[in-house]
Design a protein around this ligand. Structure first.
Ligand code: FCB
Length: 471
């Protein structure tokens, strides 16, 4: 199939898709990936790597509370130490730079930088200042996410994202950070994946704070999006030179059969995963089909909210991982029907690069004001082991190649995509799955904190070197 992203690199060399390092990554000469200004970087998030959860005045977050509860995180893991990045940040940046990565997407831990009264915590702020200054010295483009899920616990104690006031507290936090860090941040993302915060956090309880009610999920989403909308003008005022955006995870839903009911189920899946976030941001309205899926869950929306939420963005961050095959559940919704015989990762997620291309080209058709896009996360988990000082993560190399090919196809189809951050720079605390699931291109031995560059990182470095040489 000519437009199958998986097949693109196979046509160049039959061996390439196997992911062997010996096969050079040679995207076609006209590929956007060769463009010097197509940013290639890696991403992390504060709670997943920093550790040092009670150092230098950091306050507890909802993830400290949640992961301490028995049965919430695999093997009882917590982010208390994680990759100890709070202490090892200098070596970690050296590693990032030595791989030739041009961009770094990180997040700030809100409970590290201000207290319950909004008083700044200098020690916490200084950590991020040092980090961002060093990244600038290295010439690395910085994407900073303000909220990658570690809500201060004191805000959750007052209702968290169910409390409209949290959105205003977020705007205060955005104000502080953009005043303090202006000039060191190339792009600000307000939120990471509001779908996960709202649905996994308040709708099904798989993530902190662990509440499970669809009505809570829609209200939490509204307050998250409001927080975003309130923060954007603040960021613009304090740091005019940077780009402002938001990061959304997107899901591909495909119908299990041609039946109208299954087609409708796949549509509703994508409404729930994508339009729930993108419609308010880009069209200023919630998709009405969402309330067919979850009758009676309309959030309380005040006058002017939708206008605040839909203010223009400089960029949209897109995180993509897999597709879900669905059928009608016989009532209002959909149910997963896992496909057999397909390639999966350690998470059990299907490897499906075409989904990324198809969603991006679909968004371009649906949203006439679609902002420039950065792929802010894409990657996979595998059960990686260090053998003789090496980690042979060949499935990851193949995964990355195929998804980069999908990105290139979307660009050729007219979508304005400006960069790609792989998830993740290093193995880290994978939320409810703890440390067992390894997403890094660098391996972390959690007993010694030793970092080992995996084959996938060597491969990325090799491509970047070649691209530089050709420029
Ligand atoms: C995304 C999260 C990120 C990481 C990846 C695997 O949903 O944004 O922190 O856990 O999934």
């Amino acid at each position: 199939m000519a437009n199958d992203a998986s097949a693109v690199f196979d046509t160049l060399s039959p061996a390439v898709s196997k992911g062997s390092l010996a096969d050079p990554f040679t995207p076609p000469a006209d590929s956007a990936l060769w463009r010097k200004n197509f940013l290639l970087g890696a991403a992390t998030a504060s709670y997943q790597i920093e550790g040092a959860v009670d150092e230098d005045g950091r306050l507890p977050s909802i993830w400290d509370t949640f992961s301490a509860k028995p049965g919430k995180v695999l093997a009882g893991d917590t982010g208390a130490v994680a990759c100890d990045h709070y202490h090892r940040w200098e070596a970690d940046i050296e590693m990032l730079a030595s791989l030739g990565l041009e961009g770094y997407r990180l997040s700030i831990a809100w409970p590290r930088v201000m207290d319950a009264a909004g008083v700044p915590n200098r020690k916490g702020l200084d950590f991020y200042k040092r980090l961002l200054n060093r990244l600038k010295e290295k010439g690395i483009t910085t994407f900073v996410t303000l909220y990658h899920w570690d809500l201060p616990q004191h805000l959750e104690d007052r209702g968290g994202w169910l409390n409209r006031d949290t959105a205003y507290r977020f705007a205060d936090y955005a104000d502080l950070m953009s005043r303090e860090l202006a000039g060191t941040v190339d792009a600000w993302a307000t939120l990471n994946e509001p779908w996960c915060s709202a649905y996994l956090g308040y709708g099904n309880g798989h993530h902190a704070p662990g509440l499970a009610n669809d009505r809570f999920a829609t209200q939490a989403m509204h307050h998250l999006l409001l927080a975003h909308g309130l923060a954007v003008p603040v960021l613009r005022a304090n740091d005019p030179a940077s780009q402002k955006g938001i990061v959304a995870n997107i899901g591909r839903g495909t119908p299990n059969s041609d039946s109208a009911a299954d087609q409708r189920a796949a549509h509703l899946f994508e409404v729930q995963h994508n339009a729930w976030i993108l419609d308010p941001l880009l069209k200023g309205a919630y998709p009405q089909d969402l309330f067919e899926l979850w009758p009676g869950t309309e959030p309380l929306v005040l006058d002017g909210d939708m206008q605040t939420i839909s203010a223009p963005l400089d960029f949209l961050g897109i995180n993509y991982y897999f597709r879900t095959n669905v059928a009608s559940d016989g009532a209002h919704g959909f149910r997963d029907v896992p496909l057999e015989g397909v390639e999966r990762t350690q998470m059990g997620w299907e490897v499906y690069p075409d989904g990324l291309r198809d969603l991006l080209t679909g968004f371009k058709r649906t949203y006439h004001n679609l902002p420039p896009i950065y792929i802010t996360e894409n990657g996979m988990a595998s059960d990686d082991q260090v053998t003789d000082g090496h980690v042979d993560d060949t499935q990851r190399i193949s995964f990355l190649k195929r998804h980069l090919a999908a990105v290139d196809q979307a660009i050729k189809a007219g979508v304005d995509i400006r960069g790609y951050f792989l998830w993740s720079l290093m193995d880290n605390f994978e939320w409810a799955f703890g440390y067992e699931r390894r997403f890094g291109v660098v391996h972390v031995d959690y007993s010694t904190q030793k970092r080992t560059v995996k084959r996938s990182a060597e491969w990325v470095a090799k491509f970047l070197k070649e691209r530089k040489a050709r420029a």
